[in-house]
Design a protein around this ligand. Structure first.
Ligand SMILES: [Zn+2]
Ligand SMILES: [Zn+2]
Ligand SMILES: [Zn+2]
Length: 144
């Protein structure tokens, strides 16, 4: 997970300064090692709504955050060291999210484009299930 310093460097490399407001938003974000919603961050910082949304958007556009679509339809964000498009494994038991290495459906996208004439510009693909430790605690009776 990228630390504040490396995020600051990534911002600086693209000509963005870490203003006090952006720093406050980042501090709130860093409190969520797994994933968070913009609303959660908003509750945890004195920065205004617009600043939170603008900062989250900027970090997403710079590839510092990725978006995760939860099973219930909520859109969350997550600090990511993957700079490229990727997909997620989402555990519906504990809420853990794992970044997948790379996109594995490029062949499907190409084929879809060929067969329909669409110029495909993007897609969502998340995998929902139960992680190993959730499955283990189920099998052993669990403590949930
Ligand atoms: Zn789990
Ligand atoms: Zn991700
Ligand atoms: Zn993909």
């Amino acid at each position: 997970m990228p630390a504040l310093e490396s995020i600051e460097r990534a911002l600086g490399a693209r000509g963005y300064r870490l203003t006090p407001a952006r720093r406050a938003v980042l501090h709130a974000i860093l409190r969520h090692p797994d994933h968070f919603s913009a609303e959660e961050v908003m509750r945890q910082t004195s920065a205004g709504r617009a600043t939170v949304f603008r900062t989250v958007r900027l970090l997403y556009e710079l590839g510092i955050l990725c978006r995760v679509l939860l099973e219930d339809g909520r859109l969350h964000y997550r600090l990511s060291d993957r700079r490229r498009h990727h997909h997620h494994l989402v555990c519906v038991g504990c809420g853990r999210v794992q970044d997948l290495e790379e996109c594995t459906v490029t062949g499907l996208v190409r084929e879809l484009s060929r067969s329909t004439g669409y110029q495909i510009q993007g897609h969502w693909l998340e995998f929902y299930g139960r992680c190993l430790s959730c499955r283990h605690s189920e099998e052993t009776g669990g403590d949930r």
